[in-house]
Design a protein around this ligand. Structure first.
Ligand code: FES
Ligand SMILES: [Fe+2]
Length: 445
């Protein structure tokens, strides 16, 4: 249970808040690259409670600037993209991607006003289909050489979705290995080759037990949490019998992402980014370790579930998450369909716009959540004291951080670590574009 002040401290991210100051020291996903495609590559972006405009100029350079024009505050998101920048519609002031004022065309010919004006701009970088922004002071840290960034463009696909709740509860569902046995329970096991978003498609080469049956029949995982070089490593073991154990190793990437296995061929790296304190986007990079990804098809599948331009789920708060009484009785634990993303959406949104953590009662299965909050509070404190914070990397440090090794499958009981390592090694053999992470992976304690 937390105090009201602590809950506020870890959930509020607006400018000037302690957690906001911490998050502003890391790159934040601001948009998908595809959102800047089309005839006019200009988009308003709301991030951590502040409003910005993201645009690509005529030379293809990316810029992220404050949304209000420094003249008299008109909305730059409607600006004209021309003459090397974005021009405000009100009086024609023109700004480039760095926020430099290029023209104030209504001012007298000899006016020097332009030289004194700047629009605040922020560093941006584009990686694996996501445009990241750095909203902090000074130089941004380097991004670690994780699989999702190391993979070539042909092997990554990015997507996002809106969640109408605070970013922290969206993140916390991903570091809670116990919920899958309940929230995502299916009373019958489907064809494991089913499409995206259906049931689990984890690796179970050594076993013919469907993953849905493992989760359903073994609801008490043994959870271990250790500090890793990117945050936390979370291991959940479900012992099936003396011979076989289900092993799921996931990773928290500090401060806002997790790296989880999707199948033996693919991992998901997913950030949870505050739009403001009562809504957030998840941004995911799907990384393939085998064949190139079919981006148009992956996007088409997901757009059946999300609406543009806001990437709002079609099944959600507005239609009771598709809740169906008969389905809940006969087919699924939730009665909310077969797409596990809908279940997660319900879980986190149902906790309230900002979960009141003064009323919660944590159990043993919440180990990773406890460890993460502790880490978050510690780093917030360091940021407040002006100290370096975790994973604020130099280019050299960033290059050395690869992986992480993440797995979901059935190994030999008592030998989960050997299974985890060999399964990850096997995956990497299929992906010669990746360096082996095994030498860097810290041995489990
Ligand atoms: S308000 Fe933008 S140019 Fe005047
Ligand atoms: Fe889930």
């Amino acid at each position: 249970m937390m105090s009201r002040d602590q809950n506020r401290l870890i959930t509020q991210t607006g400018n000037g808040t302690p957690a906001g100051a911490l998050l502003r020291r890391y790159w934040q996903p601001a948009a998908l690259s595809v959102e800047l495609e089309g005839p006019r590559p200009v988009r308003p972006v709301k991030l951590l409670g502040d409003d910005f405009v993201l645009f690509r100029d005529e030379q293809g350079r990316l810029g992220l600037i404050d949304r209000d024009c420094p003249h008299r505050g008109a909305d730059m998101a409607y600006g004209r993209l021309e003459n090397g920048g974005l021009r405000c519609l009100f009086h024609g002031w023109l700004f480039d991607v760095d926020g430099k004022c290029l023209e104030t065309p209504a001012e007298p010919e000899k006016s020097r006003l332009c030289d004194r004006i700047t629009l605040r701009s922020y560093p941006v970088c584009e990686r694996s289909g996501i445009i990241f922004a750095y909203l902090g002071e000074g130089e941004p840290p380097a991004l670690p050489a994780l699989d999702c960034f190391a993979a070539p463009d042909s092997h990554v696909f990015a997507f996002k979705g809106l969640m109408e709740c605070n970013w922290l509860q969206a993140l916390e569902v991903g570091i809670d290995p116990a919920h899958a046995s309940f929230l995502h329970r299916f009373f019958e096991d489907a064809d494991p080759n089913d499409n995206y978003g259906r049931q689990f498609r984890a690796e179970s080469a050594d076993s013919d037990i469907p993953m849905t049956a493992v989760l359903r029949d073994f609801p008490r995982p043994e959870i271990e949490v250790e500090k890793s070089e990117i945050g936390l490593r979370i291991t959940a073991l479900r012992e099936i019998d003396a011979r076989r154990t289900h092993v799921r190793v996931t990773n928290l990437l500090f401060p806002q992402a997790f790296v989880i296995p999707m199948s033996s061929e693919m991992t998901i790296t997913q950030w949870h980014v505050p739009v403001d304190d009562v809504s957030c986007y998840w941004y995911a990079i799907f990384t393939s370790f085998t064949d190139p990804v079919d981006k148009p098809e992956m996007r088409r599948q997901r757009l059946e579930l999300y609406t543009l331009p806001d990437y709002r789920p079609r099944v959600g708060r507005g239609n009771q998450y598709g809740y169906d009484v008969a389905e809940q009785r006969d087919q699924t634990f939730t009665g909310m369909g077969l797409d596990i993303n809908v279940h997660d959406q319900w879980a986190v949104e149902s906790q309230g716009r900002i979960q009141d953590r003064t009323r919660e009662h944590l159990g043993t299965t919440d180990k990773a959540i406890v460890a993460y909050r502790k880490m978050l509070l510690g780093e917030i404190r360091k940021a407040e004291e002006g100290k370096p914070v975790f994973l604020e990397l130099t280019a050299e440090q960033a290059a050395a951080i690869t992986g992480p090794a993440t797995i979901d499958g059935i190994g030999t009981t008592g030998e989960w670590e050997a299974y985890w390592r060999s399964a990850d090694a096997r995956r990497r053999e299929n992906a010669p574009w990746l360096a082996s992470t095994l030498s860097e992976a810290a041995p489990a304690q």
